[in-house]
Design a protein around this ligand. Sequence first.
Ligand code: URA
Length: 234
Amino acid sequence: MRINKYLSGCGLDSRRKCEKLVTDGRVKVNGKTVTDLATDVKDGDYVEVDGKAVNLSERKVYIMLNKPKGCVCTASDEKGRKTVLDFVKIKERVFPVGRLDYDTEGLLLLTNDGELAYTITHPKNMVQKVYSVRVEGEPSDMELKRLRSGVEYNGVKYAPARVTVVEKDEKQTKLEITVIEGKNHEIKNMIESLGRRVLFLKRTEIAGIRLGGLSRGEWRYLNSREEAHLKSLK
Ligand code: URA
């Protein structure tokens, strides 16, 4: 099995991120550092990452967290900020599936199943994510139409989104926006392309799995129905 697939199967991260572990020289096979992505791992090989043994037999876990604002979605932060892993204290080493910004809250999936993380985050699979978004002012019908037919911001194109107006007052409008891409700062950039600002952003749903009533900072294991549904996307 290719080294990146093996590491991802051990729950280290998505296959793409695991390639970086290899090229950064953090991986050893049978005591020797390997940096070649064409390296294969065979039965009985001893694999280490940062000097710690990894293997394929770890139980796969699937978790949802209601990420609060004010924490990052990386395993460690060079600025010493709180990370989403500070909320989930379990013995398995899990990682976040995709990212939410520091000031975004809501549904974040965490797992040690690299294959599943890859499926959910790869744009080719068009997995739907739903956001509750409060924006400055009142977007016009024309602006909503632009979001629905796809916008461009700073040279990046954003695919058409499903947009519904949930409520509005004279200062702000609450929208529900469904996207399928998962680009960095996707929602904020789409709204910026209209010349408006996002005041509040929360993810409420991924692939039909809903955040529901979890409080900020709370997490739970996915139930068997949710887990089976995600696996059916693979
Ligand atoms: N879009 C954003 O702009 N930020 C997020 O955190 C998620 C989606």
